[in-house]
Design a protein around this ligand. Structure first.
Ligand code: ZN
Length: 277
C-alpha cells in the first residue's frame, strides 16, 4: 500500500509537467504541422545546350513580374493597356487573348459567364482605393498587381469574392486556370510568402508554361522565381527557361531564332523562356 502511494505522488507532477509542456509547444509552435505529400524544389536542369548567343536588344514582356509589398511595381515596368473586346474593361494587352480563351471556354462548356469586377487600376486609382478601404483590405499604391494590368478579380453571377469557389466556375478557375496562362496569385495558406490572405477571385497572368508549373505544383509565384539558379537552364516539356542577369542575357545559339519571351522579374533579374517546338 505504502509503495503505491509513493508512485502516485511522483506520477502526478510528471503528468502535469507533460500536459503543461505540450500545451506550451502547441501554443508557441502551432498545432502539429501537416506534412506535404511531395515537396517541389525546381524544374529539371537542361544540360549540353552548346554555344550561347548574347541578346542585346529585345522588347520585354512583363508576364513574370513579382509585384508585392516587398517588390513594388516600378514606374517604368508597366505593360501596354488595352480594352478587352468592347467591354470597357482595361487589362494588359498581352493578356486579352488568353483571358478571352478562358472566358469563351466557360461560356461554351459551363454555360456561365465570367465577369471582371476589377482589372487595371492606375497608381492614382490604387491610392484612392487604399484611402477608402484601408490597409487591411487594399494594397499600398505600387504594391497592387492591378496596377500592372496583369491581374483580374473575377466572379460569376451570385458568386463573388470568397463565395466564388462555391460555384462550379469558381472551382474550375481555381483548379484549371494554369492551362489558360493564369495562376491563383494568393493561394490558401501562403500568406507568409505572398503577404496576402487567400483570394480565390484574383487571377494573375504569367503565361504558359509558367502558369501550369505553378498551379500543378501548388506553389506561389515567389517560390517559383526563387527556384531558379541565376544563369542555369531548365526544361519543362518543349520549353527552356533561364533566369539571367538583365545586362548579360544569352540564349543557346541553336535556339536563337525560336519563339521566346524575356520578362523582368522585378527582383533584379530576367526570365528567358524559349519555345523549342
Ligand atoms: Zn485583385
Amino acid at each position: 500500500m505504502k509503495k503505491k502511494a509513493v508512485n502516485k505522488s511522483i506520477l502526478v507532477p510528471i503528468i502535469l509537467m507533460f500536459v503543461i509542456l505540450t500545451g506550451f509547444v502547441i501554443y508557441r509552435v502551432g498545432p502539429f504541422p501537416t506534412i506535404p505529400i511531395f515537396t517541389w524544389t525546381s524544374l529539371d536542369k537542361a544540360h549540353n545546350l552548346g554555344e550561347m548567343t548574347p541578346i542585346k536588344n529585345y522588347s520585354p514582356s512583363y508576364n513574370l513580374l513579382v509585384i508585392s509589398k516587398e517588390y513594388p511595381l516600378k514606374e517604368d515596368m508597366i505593360p501596354d493597356i488595352s480594352e478587352y473586346r468592347t467591354s470597357g474593361v482595361l487589362m494588359a494587352t498581352d493578356i486579352t487573348e488568353d483571358y478571352g480563351v478562358l472566358s469563351d471556354y466557360i461560356r461554351e462548356n459551363m454555360n456561365d459567364t465570367l465577369y471582371v469586377e476589377s482589372s487595371y487600376r492606375s497608381f492614382a486609382d490604387q491610392e484612392r482605393v487604399y484611402k477608402e478601404e484601408g490597409s487591411s483590405i487594399a494594397a499600398l499604391p505600387g504594391c497592387s498587381e492591378h496596377q500592372s494590368g496583369l491581374a483580374l478579380d473575377v466572379y460569376v453571377m451570385n458568386f463573388g469574392g470568397s463565395a466564388f469557389t462555391n460555384s462550379s466556375v469558381g472551382k474550375f478557375v481555381n483548379t484549371n486556370c494554369g492551362d489558360f496562362g493564369f495562376i491563383i496569385r494568393y493561394p490558401l495558406g501562403a500568406e507568409e510568402i505572398t503577404g496576402f490572405a487567400y483570394e480565390p477571385w484574383h487571377i494573375r497572368y504569367v503565361g504558359i508554361p509558367h502558369s501550369q508549373i505553378i498551379m500543378d505544383n501548388k506553389i506561389t509565384l515567389e517560390e517559383y522565381i526563387d527556384s531558379f539558379e541565376i544563369g542555369s537552364w531548365y526544361k519543362y516539356e518543349n520549353y527552356l527557361i533561364s533566369r539571367q542577369n538583365p545586362n548579360n542575357i544569352e540564349v543557346p545559339t541553336k535556339y536563337k531564332d525560336y519563339e521566346r519571351t524575356i520578362s523582368p522579374d522585378n527582383m533584379g533579374y530576367c526570365i528567358v523562356t524559349i519555345n523549342t517546338k
